[in-house]
Write a protein that binds this ligand. Structure first.
Ligand code: GLC
Length: 497
């Protein structure tokens, strides 16, 4: 080989080695920046033991303040429910369930035997996008029309006075109750923002909508979805004390001693010793919450800025969007996915069902994660194994923060109910839960259980049974309609008083 050829070969090898060295250095520098940022985020988003206790304690404080009628972000709404289906109800009832991204028409036929359900039908109806912001009367007419079509297929017809169909209304928004079937909408939450409803009575609005289409009905009860879940669970097991929703939104209700509900002190007679309280915990606001810059940005671009802080950190409507915002921050600050990623700029492009699928991707190379990023975000940039691993770590971090905060809420609730072991031996407590996040996001459920163990101790946490109450809100509302229809009418208007 000539010395010239030898020289050029050496030069070439040298250049290749230098390029390799630069590439490896560049990648290492980049991945170390990614790791550093991930570490910083983990520190700011997750709570250590004392942080968890601080959230729980502030939660407890605000629950008491809310029950006393003092300033608190927790509304602690008396549900005015003191009739719970007993299993002795008879007849055919309908219910309308509005709360998440769909609404449901529900039918039940209760037979003669105790607790005998002869027939159930549930039809899920999609809500057209414009109805999340259309005038409230239009939304209600739309629902009434769907409901009438559904009822007719079941043989219901337009009836007069006492023959009118009885409808239960599961309305999953904060309402100040006046009685079991009247109240006032305090505010819209989640995706809904329909003018003309805040301050109005949703029951009247629904009955008016049925009147407009000439199919009058009696709406006998209005319940929050958490109350529906609790009622459905107690129909089968009277020891259930808490109803919880982990879905598009999040919230819980529980059975409280009436003497603790100080703000009801002025109300005259009471039949019962207890009252179901709708906490509206999605609205929990506290300095103890780990909110970061992307949470504040998400909040200010939401339909209800400044409101529903806990819900925005924990529920299905938001976790996908929180994740997208974090990924964008990584792209801009650490060069993830090549740095400039227009695909990551679209709000709402990553949903919680997407992130839950990513979280459940247990393959070594993260192929399914890559597929989801391509199909849902349209991400065309070539992804390395490490990029996909980082995405999985971020998704899990978002779920972990959510589960920690929900666990702190459950721990606070058990303390308020004197069932967390501090007031005597720890009692077994069944929490009935419904909602897509709980039903379909296994990794989230596991994180929730381990967060409960951390905050309460393993022994106490094992006494808490989180029981999935499938279709709980719908079933609760329809059986409540049966219970309310059987109760004397003067009872309905005074319920809980
Ligand atoms: C929102 C509503 C609340 C409901 C929850 C779950 O937080 O304000 O009433 O229970 O979503 O659907």
């Amino acid at each position: 080989m000539s010395s010239n050829r030898q020289k050029s070969l050496l030069l070439l090898a040298g250049a290749a080695a230098a390029a390799g060295f630069v590439a490896v250095g560049y990648r290492t520098w980049h991945s170390s920046r990614k790791r550093t940022l991930l570490g910083q985020m983990r520190k700011r988003m997750l709570l250590d033991d004392s942080g968890l206790i601080e959230v729980r304690d502030d939660f407890c404080k605000q629950m008491v303040a809310g029950l006393n009628g003092e300033t608190s972000s927790l509304l602690m709404i008396p549900s005015m429910v003191d009739i719970i289906p007993s299993g002795n109800e008879r007849g055919r009832y309908l219910a309308l369930d509005l709360g998440g991204t769909n609404f449901r028409c529900v039918y039940i036929k209760l037979g003669d035997g105790k607790g005998q359900i002869e027939d159930v039908k549930i039809e899920q109806c999609e809500i057209p996008e414009h109805h999340f912001t259309s005038p409230a009367a239009d939304l209600f007419t739309f629902m009434a029309e769907k409901m009438v079509a559904f009822a007719k297929t079941l043989g219901f017809s337009r009836g007069h006075a006492s023959e009118r169909p009885v409808v239960g209304f599961c309305f999953s928004f904060p309402c100040q109750h006046i009685s079991l079937n009247s109240g006032k909408l305090i505010r819209w939450t989640k995706k809904f923002n329909n003018p003309g409803a805040v301050g109005e009575d949703p029951v009247r609005m629904l009955e008016d909508a049925f009147d407009r289409i000439d199919f009058p009905v009696d709406v006998d009860c209005m319940v929050n979805d958490t109350v529906g879940v609790l009622a459905a669970a107690r129909y089968l097991d009277s020891s259930v004390m808490i109803g919880m929703i982990l879905g598009t939104g999040t919230n819980a209700c529980y059975v409280e001693k009436i003497d603790n509900v100080r703000k009801l002190a002025q109300t005259p007679r009471r039949r019962r010793q207890t009252m179901i309280i709708n906490i509206e915990w999605g609205a929990f606001t506290s300095k103890t919450l780990p909110r970061l810059e992307f949470d504040r940005d998400l909040d200010s671009s939401s339909a209800n800025p400044g409101e529903m802080q806990l819900e925005k950190l924990t529920s299905g409507m938001y976790l996908g969007e929180v994740t997208r915002r974090i990924l964008l921050q990584f792209a801009e600050q650490t060069g993830l996915f090549g740095g400039s990623v227009p695909e990551l700029q679209t709000p709402g492009s990553l949903t919680t069902p997407d992130t839950s699928r990513i979280d459940h991707d247990s393959t070594f190379f993260g192929g399914p994660t890559g597929d989801i990023l391509r199909s849902e975000l349209g991400l065309s940039h070539w992804q390395t194994f490490w990029d996909r691993q980082l995405v999985r770590d971020i998704v899990r971090l978002v779920a972990q923060r959510s589960s920690q905060l929900i666990a702190a809420g459950i721990a606070a609730l058990l303390r308020q109910m004197e069932r967390d072991g501090t007031f005597g031996p720890m009692q077994r407590t069944v929490v009935a839960v419904d909602g897509g996040m709980f039903a379909h996001y296994r990794a989230f459920r596991e994180e929730l259980l381990s967060a409960l163990e951390r905050i309460m101790g393993a022994e106490a946490a094992h006494q808490i049974v989180l029981k999935h109450q499938q279709d709980g809100s719908s079933m609760g509302a329809v059986t409540m309609a049966g219970a309310a229809a059987g109760a004397p009418s003067q009872w309905r208007s005074e319920a809980g008083g």
